[in-house]
Design a protein around this ligand. Structure first.
Ligand code: C2E
Ligand code: CA
Ligand code: CA
Ligand code: CA
Length: 275
């Protein structure tokens, strides 16, 4: 897809190129969306590879657009990043996550961890630590219940001071979309992350011997650095079985659970407690 028209922004959104008019219109709608509470979070469980028990959740944002219906993040996060709106959205996501943890704690689920996605634009805001401290202090939830997912591409753009401070405050950090960036191996030993998220692309190809060997080596290396590994986008039993053999710690993917509303998660948690 190449946009040949002149005088147009070419905005790559993974799925589509949109023109300047559409960009501006979505930008304006997004400003309204925050005020109108049209954004919401879904939560996707992550499970232990062996026990298959839920170990944590990833919060994923969605936008309930007044006339376009539900819009997925791939279609608006990049717009929000280009306009700086992502900072407001990020604050909303973090606040919402603390709120959700508080709600689950109130009904007896007090050992839940939620991860949220943070882009480099949010983390490079000079006030980011102050902003996070302020939100954190308005809830009675421990910071260790929140994990920041930072993509491998963003990682090198974010100051180590900020990441070290987040760690010092008790937050967990994971290296998201691992394998899609460039200087992958140099992160080991240098950066303070607790968890490595293997990108879906490796999982899609894990049937192939070469891909499996790469994944296996990454897992072994990570374990030597005390870093746990989670596979993203696991969709089949065969993939799960291979990941078991090569000792991947955690699994996230449609094979077990899709992203769901908080109320659906609550039902699942209640059912698991009964059994
Ligand atoms: P991501 O962080 O890599 O999130 C994983 C994506 O894979 C999610 O898409 C999830 O729904 C999808 N997924 C999970 N399991 C499977 C599977 O088995 N098969 C397939 N085909 N897909 C699976 P989603 O929710 O559309 O999010 C897309 C991206 O948008 C995320 O990629 C993340 O980079 C970004 N994003 C989502 N929420 C936020 C947010 O609150 N803030 C920021 N800055 N970015 C966000
Ligand atoms: Ca993620
Ligand atoms: Ca990812
Ligand atoms: Ca991704």
């Amino acid at each position: 897809l190449v946009d040949k028209r002149k005088n147009n922004y070419k905005i790559y959104n993974k799925k589509l190129f949109i023109d300047k008019v559409e960009f501006e219109s979505l930008h304006q709608d997004l400003i309204q969306a925050i005020n109108n509470e049209d954004l919401f979070l879904e939560f996707q469980p992550k499970v232990n590879t062996y026990s298959e028990r839920i170990v944590s959740f990833e919060a994923l944002i969605r936008w309930n657009h007044c006339n376009k219906g539900i819009i997925q993040p791939d279609e608006f996060i990049s717009i929000a990043e280009k306009t700086g709106m992502i900072k407001k959205i990020g604050v909303w996501v973090l606040d919402q996550t603390f709120k959700q943890l508080e709600e689950w704690e109130k009904i007896g689920f007090d050992d839940i961890v939620i991860s949220i996605n943070m882009s480099e634009i949010e983390l490079n805001d000079p006030n980011i630590i102050k902003i996070i401290k302020k939100i954190s202090s308005s809830y009675s939830i421990a910071n260790k219940k929140i994990e920041f997912e930072i993509t491998e591409r963003s990682f090198k753009e974010v100051s180590t001071d900020v990441m070290n401070e987040l760690k010092r405050m008790g937050f967990l950090i994971s290296l998201d979309d691992f394998g899609t960036g460039y200087s992958s191996l140099s992160y080991f030993g240098k950066s303070p992350f607790d968890l490595l998220k293997l990108d879906k692309i490796f999982i899609d190809n894990i049937y192939k011997e070469k891909s499996r060997l790469i994944v296996e080596s990454v897992i072994n290396l990570a374990h030597k650095f005390d870093v746990k590994v989670i596979a993203e986008g696991v969709e089949t039993k065969e993939q799960l079985e291979i990941l078991r053999k090569i000792e991947c710690d955690y699994i996230q993917g449609y094979y077990f659970y899709k992203p769901m509303s908080a109320s659906k998660i609550t039902v699942i948690l209640n059912n698991l407690k009964k059994n």
